[in-house]
Design a protein around this ligand. Sequence first.
Ligand SMILES: Nc1ncnc2c1ncn2[C@@H]1O[C@H](COP(=O)(O)OP(=O)(O)OP(=O)(O)O)[C@@H](O)[C@H]1O
Ligand SMILES: [Mg+2]
Length: 432
Amino acid sequence: MTETPPIILANQVTRSFRRSNQSDLLVLDKVNLTINPGEVVCLLGKSGSGKSTLLRIVSGLLQPSSGQCYWYGKPVDGPVNGLSMVFQNFALLPWLNVLENVELGAERLKLNYHDKRKKALEAIDTVGLDGFESAYPKELSGGMSQRVGLARALVAEPDLLVMDEPFSALDILTSENLRNDLIDLWVDNKTKIKSILIVTHNMEEAAQMADRILIFGNNPGHIHSEIVVNIPHPREQKEQATQNLIDEIYQQISDSSTQSEKGLRFKFIPKHYRLPSVEISEITGILETLITPDFSTKANISELADAIHLEIDSLFSIIESLEILRLAYVLDSNIFITEIGKKFAGADIQDQKKIFTQQLLAHITLARHIRRVLDERKSQSASYARFHTELQDHLTPTAAAEVLKVVIEWGRYAEIFSYNANSGELSLEDHY
Ligand SMILES: Nc1ncnc2c1ncn2[C@@H]1O[C@H](COP(=O)(O)OP(=O)(O)OP(=O)(O)O)[C@@H](O)[C@H]1O
Ligand SMILES: [Mg+2]
């Protein structure tokens, strides 16, 4: 008897990228991944951990440096037929209307004109866009464009649907709608898709959709752990089982990100660390909540998220900022405020600013670096581009810009430097 092979098998997949004048950047380290027929697998990990790289490798769009992928047992050596991808920002061709954009997805089926049109119309219907066949991309909202992207993937009748953060560019309501619709399509068996592999950094999304959740660790990217989910659909977010699952995911993610600095409560962060996009008011808000009677003895993360009406993922980013600033830390799904964090929470605005400045310069390597460069220069200024370029040794241009945005906001608040967006200069004083 022969056993059906998995749809995807990635065996010891390793990938590094060349960098000029530096050692190679190891992005994936010996990753093993199996996708079996009939399951939704979520890959959950931090930004920059190598999730998209892994997707490109299993789809045959990128070669591994070592290791091998198999598609139904056959080695992958080029783009895989039978797999469709949906990206975060789905690129629709602006000069084609919805119907024509969707038809593009059917190319591989080699159908005649009429059959292709019929299939495309069905796919448009499936994603709830009937009536918009002749609309052009510029007339569509973000959510509708993502639906077109999904239809384009579905029309190819893939065995495996691969989605790379398909909802993260959408607002919360739109992404929830689209996610629910996708789950319905899946649960009701309305498509020929056998399995779905979806990348996200949203824990609730994973908890809502997945049969199996793979927690992806970073530096270099590896699979840290797996959570098998046995909660039937539809899953209500408020249900205890789903809440417990989110707690478990949270726990696993915390474990995965502290693995490299075992025994250390706080980690040293490199200059190019992906600073979480968090505003000062959010930091202040959480710390002040943590010293209220409700939370001062014990602050469970999901209870805290509930109490302050925050999505757990937003809370997660804020907590990460508190950890790197050493104002609070997490242990076993509970968050603990540090002595300096308590002092901050109880201080007036001026003293809060002083404490923040001290923590920023002591622990945020990039902030300290920028300050030092400015101090050393006679002009006491340096261009934004200088730092943007420097960060690109480790980050993509977009990621570098995101990191700079955060450090500039924090640095401005702390008054350790200022930034003039018109001239593109960072400086020690205001030159407005
Ligand atoms: N073609 C490339 N050349 C050089 N470095 C690359 C290339 N593609 C990716 N990288 C680097 O590999 C690392 C992982 O990138 P990848 O896009 O796979 O991460 P990710 O987990 O998908 O992140 P995100 O959540 O931000 O999408 C990053 O540090 C990135 O800068
Ligand atoms: Mg990615």
